[in-house]
Write a protein that binds this ligand. Structure first.
Ligand code: TYC
Length: 102
C-alpha cells in the first residue's frame, strides 16, 4: 500500500544486462602491387566468397582504397587478419588486412 510499485521501479533499474560481445570489421587495403587475381583468391579462400562476390569486393578495394570484407568476433577477426597477412607474405605481396571495432 505504502510503496506498491517499489518492485516495478527496481525491476526497471535492474533489468538483466544481456551485453553482446563487440564485433570487428575486417578490412582489406588497396596497394599498387598485389595482383587482382591474388586478392580474389584471398577472398574466396578466407572469406568464403564465390568468384563473382570476390571479384566485386576486390574491385571496390581497388577503386575506393579499402572495403570491409567481413564482420566477426574478436578472436575470429584476429585469425582472419593473421591468415591473410601470412598468405600474402608467403607469396611476397604487400597486401594489408586490418581489423577495427564496429
Ligand atoms: N590495386 C591492385 C592492382 O591494381 C589490386 C588490388 C586490389 C590490390 C585490392 C590490393 O586489396 C587490394 N593490381
Amino acid at each position: 500500500d505504502d510503496e506498491d510499485d517499489g518492485d516495478v521501479a527496481l525491476a526497471l533499474k535492474t533489468r538483466p544486462k544481456t551485453k553482446r560481445p563487440p564485433l570487428y570489421k575486417v578490412m582489406l587495403l588497396n596497394d599498387d602491387y598485389t595482383p587482382m587475381e591474388f586478392v580474389v583468391a584471398v577472398l574466396e579462400r578466407f572469406f568464403s566468397m564465390n568468384h563473382a562476390q570476390a571479384f566485386e569486393i576486390m574491385l571496390t578495394v581497388h577503386k575506393k582504397g579499402l572495403a570491409v570484407v567481413g564482420v566477426f568476433s574478436h578472436e575470429i577477426a584476429e585469425t582472419k587478419v593473421m591468415q591473410v597477412m601470412d598468405f600474402a607474405q608467403q607469396h611476397q605481396h604487400p597486401l594489408q588486412c586490418t581489423m577495427e571495432k564496429e
